[in-house]
Design a protein around this ligand. Structure first.
Ligand SMILES: Cc1cc2nc3c(=O)[nH]c(=O)nc-3n(C[C@H](O)[C@H](O)[C@H](O)COP(=O)(O)O)c2cc1C
Length: 189
């Protein structure tokens, strides 16, 4: 059986040491099927903006497909990234956290506004799927960070996030989310 091998890299170590084009060439020469480039250096961590220029340089340096990564949250970001870099595809990182609608938005070719009710409903669904997949104990623990992402930016969600971090039963988490929705004037199933 053969499987495609891809390599993911940052743009370089620091602004003085941008080496993604070189690393990508080495990957290609040694059989990689594609490379993914996050347009930030190691030194930047998550600060500043992902540099699309460096991703473009990588795209020009290799013949294999380049997958562009960094700061894609919406369909518009995705479109701009592909247009500016000429990359074959894009990878979404933080923009997908608590936001599975990012993929729908890109698939449908339009930016999507997601209401608080939909986000709370999404958090409950994600919790249910994690509990089904990992069992109640691990599913609830794993769901905590995802729920926090879903609730990010919803007014009054801070206290709910804190409470959920200490709950162990899926039913309690569900109920807390439903109560929050009701208090916020949102209706969820
Ligand atoms: C929760 C989380 C987990 C991640 N795990 C990995 C990982 O295992 N390997 C990796 O190469 N990058 C990982 N990353 C980095 C992302 O893949 C991505 O390169 C980075 O977040 C920049 O893209 P963004 O601006 O769209 O977030 C992770 C990022 C987040 C937020």
């Amino acid at each position: 059986m053969t499987v495609p091998v891809t390599v993911k890299m940052r743009s370089g170590w620091s602004s003085g040491e941008i080496n993604a084009p070189l690393i990508a060439r080495i990957c290609e020469d040694n059989g990689a099927d594609a490379v993914t480039v996050h347009g930030r250096t190691k030194e930047m961590q998550y600060s500043g903006a992902a540099d699309r220029g460096i991703i473009t340089l990588v795209r020009k340096a290799v013949g294999i497909p380049v997958i562009a990564n960094g700061d894609i949250r919406t369909w518009s970001d995705h479109k701009a990234m592909l247009e500016e870099t000429g990359a074959a595809a894009a990878a979404i990182g933080r923009g997908a956290c608590g936001n599975p609608w990012a993929f729908l938005s890109i698939k449908e070719g339009r930016d999507i506004e997601v209401s608080p009710a939909e986000r709370i409903q999404g958090a409950i669904r994600h919790l249910d799927m994690l509990v089904e997949w990992a069992g109640e104990t691990h599913g609830v623990i794993e769901a905590r960070k995802h729920i926090a992402w879903y609730l990010h930016g919803i007014r009054g969600a801070g206290a709910v996030r804190t409470r959920i971090m200490s709950l162990k039963k899926a039913a309690e988490v569900r109920e807390t989310l439903r109560e929050f929705a009701v208090r916020s004037g949102e209706s969820v199933l």
